[in-house]
Design a protein around this ligand. Structure first.
Ligand SMILES: [Zn+2]
Length: 306
């Protein structure tokens, strides 16, 4: 190699290192979320409008307002604008609630949160509540009697805050059931009112299903939907294990004076065009808001264990 070629080679390496360092240092906490959400097409809006419930199971006790939060510090789900639209349409169509959308962490302030009846985490990832005042405002909100709703990646947060992860009731570990294939979902407690939309029938979804970490020895959740490991394709998914049997997909729980509803479905857009799933979500939202009173006592399994 002559001197000129060597010089060029070194310059390329130096430039590459500078480029990498610049990228590293300018990466802020909002790197994963876009600054603005893409508008949802008329075609998709029409599908959601057609699938959304025409009425709510119960009339709200008073006008309800939900903060729909969608900030991603980790993976950004392309379905976020579609899910936001579905939540908005369900509220408008049924009168169950109104919505305010935000990706601003400054919303987690006691005064700002006071106007809301629930917070819905729409596929948020790697949320970081570093500041003690934010943590306090958020915990006071739910423990004081308000609602928390989580869709899909809402359990992919709070890795440095176990108390909040335990409050949601699960935490992402892996997803052997990838979003490009069809998996079986079991209606775990067919007679539970929040499962009424499924009419006792297990179903299949093209979606990504999480293996979730469970918190504590005792079950604290009322489990509504689970992964159906009796389905051969679901059982034989790459990386699936026998211990994934009855992996919870949707649940509710009481927490302090507040209520949690989590639904793990919702990686793909098409989940938001399915009438039964949207009705399940609306009913879960109404539970979290405190309008729909249902049994949220922890599920007791066949062995009599919680
Ligand atoms: Zn996902």
């Amino acid at each position: 190699m002559n001197r000129e070629a060597m010089g060029t080679g070194i310059s390329i390496i130096v430039l590459a290192l500078l480029f990498f360092a610049f990228g590293f240092f300018t990466r802020d906490s909002r790197a994963a979320s876009p600054k603005e959400l893409k508008p949802v097409s008329e075609e998709i809006i029409a599908k959601i409008e057609a699938a959304a419930p025409s009425s709510a199971v119960v009339k709200p006790i008073k006008p309800r307002k939900i903060l729909v939060f969608w900030l991603c510090n980790g993976f950004y789900h392309e379905c976020i604008p579609v899910a936001n639209k579905a939540i908005e349409i369900m509220g408008k169509k049924t009168g169950a609630y109104e919505t305010v959308f935000s990706d601003d962490m400054n919303m987690f302030d006691a005064k700002k949160l006071a106007q809301f009846d629930a917070i819905l985490f729409n596929n948020t990832t790697q949320l970081d509540f570093n500041e003690p005042a934010r943590k306090q405002a958020f915990m006071d909100f739910v423990k004081g009697g308000k609602g928390i709703i989580g869709l899909h990646a809402a359990s992919d947060n709070f890795y440095k805050w176990p108390e909040a992860a335990e409050m949601i009731g699960g935490q992402f570990i892996a997803h052997p059931w990838t979003g490009d294939k069809v998996w079986a979902i079991k209606v775990y407690e067919p007679n539970h009112p929040l499962n009424a939309p499924f009419k006792g029938e297990d179903f299949k979804v093209k979606d990504e299903i999480y293996r979730q970490k469970k918190f504590g020895k005792e079950e604290s959740r009322r489990i509504l939907l689970t992964l159906d490991m009796d389905d051969p394709a679901t059982k034989e998914a790459k990386g699936a294990m026998e211990s994934d049997r009855d992996m919870p997909v949707s649940w509710i729980k009481d927490y302090g004076k507040g209520r949690i509803f989590y639904c793990g479905l919702g990686h793909n857009n098409e989940i938001y065009y399915r009438p039964a799933i949207l009705q399940h979500e609306l009913d879960g939202i109404q539970f979290a808001l405190g309008d729909l009173k249902v049994d949220a006592a922890p599920t007791v399994n066949e062995k009599g264990q919680k």
